[in-house]
Design a protein around this ligand. Structure first.
Ligand code: PLP
Length: 349
């Protein structure tokens, strides 16, 4: 195997611990599933499914049929739902797949009833986010009557803003629909919805972000204490250089050394999802010394300043701060995870 000088160190115990925390927060009456779309938020969906199913998770969510296909063969005991539903061009893949579609429109429902009568499916209703899903009126219209409906779900728009009035409003609409629509289970909450209140959990929750170490409401003491970081970046030092006072580092010469200094050049750049806005907040650690990023992040490289006493040489590994709530700002915690590229060796520990 060609050695990789870039690693994503993934903490399988933290992933499982986060799932248990979310399952507990979902309350006694709800199963806790897992959103593994976008290749498990960039960490690797197959490995995530393996670990969470071993921990007891039974319900998984991907966005597309291609993502479902990438997880085959699929264990019979687990559920897999495809959030984008089933377009005409998806039907062959859907009929051959053990996954079930989350039907989002009247056209999708008609298509499923026609091609797969009696086969299980999920349905999404839009209670205010105006993204995917039936309108409330459609959900009430009898359209769902002949379906073998497993999970009837909706999605919250503002759950990461606990005081937002949308939360209660969507909850109220979903509660009233639950009385009219017959399904094996009902589901409303993502990670942030789970953290809002157990009344959002219904029979099944669908966390993604918090499984992977994201904090839905940064600063919330419970969440910060309960959710553990899962991903960490380690990059290799390609070169160490002396930079004299007055010299600049990197494209655009945006950083100018105030005094003589040393810099380490790392093989990590924006093509690896370490995007330019992170230069302001990101740093590497050399032992317990903090090495701030200096200058612009390049496609495949970046420079960090080495503080006096840092014992760092060519070929050494440095770990980069990847605490999601610390780095979020211009970029969301979701973007930080899903932008991670293909060049990392993903190492589960
Ligand atoms: C992505 C997604 C989730 C997971 O959301 P998080 O905010 O990552 O917890 C849940 N439900 C649906 C419909 C989604 O699209």
């Amino acid at each position: 195997m060609i050695p990789s000088a870039l690693r994503l160190i993934l903490d399988g115990d933290a992933l499982v611990s986060n799932w248990h925390w979310l399952a507990h927060r979902s309350g006694g009456g709800a199963a806790c599933g897992a959103a593994v779309k976008a290749d498990g938020y960039g960490l690797g969906a197959r490995e995530v499914v393996k670990r969470l199913s071993a921990a007891g998770c039974r319900d998984f969510f991907v966005a597309t049929w291609a993502e479902a296909e990438a997880l085959m063969p699929w264990p019979e005991a687990l559920g897999l739902s495809v959030l984008h539903g089933v377009g005409a061009e998806d039907m062959a893949a859907a009929l051959a797949s053990p996954a079930r579609p989350v039907l989002n429109s009247a056209a999708q429902i008609a298509r499923w009833k026609d091609a797969a009568p009696g086969r299980p499916c999920d349905v999404m209703v839009d209670t205010g986010i105006n993204r995917l899903g039936l309108t409330v009126r459609e959900a009430r219209s009898g359209l769902l009557d002949a379906l073998k409906l497993q999970t009837f779900m909706s999605h919250l728009a503002c759950a990461d803003e606990p005081a937002h009035e949308m939360n209660e409003r969507q909850l109220g609409i979903f509660r009233s629909l639950r009385r009219e629509v017959s399904a094996a289970r009902y589901s409303l909450a993502n990670s942030a919805g789970i953290c809002l209140d157990p009344k959002y959990a219904f029979g099944l929750t669908r966390p993604g972000l918090a499984l992977y170490g994201g904090i839905p409401v940064p600063g919330d003491a419970d969440q910060e204490a309960g959710i553990r970081p899962v991903a960490r970046i380690e990059a290799r030092v390609l070169q160490v250089r002396d930079v004299s006072a007055g010299q600049s580092i990197g494209y655009g010469a945006t950083f100018v050394a105030e005094r003589d200094m040393r810099a380490a050049i790392l093989n990590l750049g924006y093509a690896d999802g370490y995007l330019r806005p992170l230069a302001a907040k990101g740093f590497a650690m050399a032992g317990d010394l903090r090495c701030p990023i200096v200058g612009r992040i390049s496609m495949d490289l970046m420079a960090v300043a080495l503080p006096a006493g840092a014992d760092v040489g060519e070929g050494d590994w440095l770990s980069l701060n990847f605490r999601l709530p610390d780095l979020a700002g211009t970029l969301s915690q979701y973007e930080l995870l899903t932008a991670l590229g293909r060049r990392y060796r993903r190492v589960w520990r």
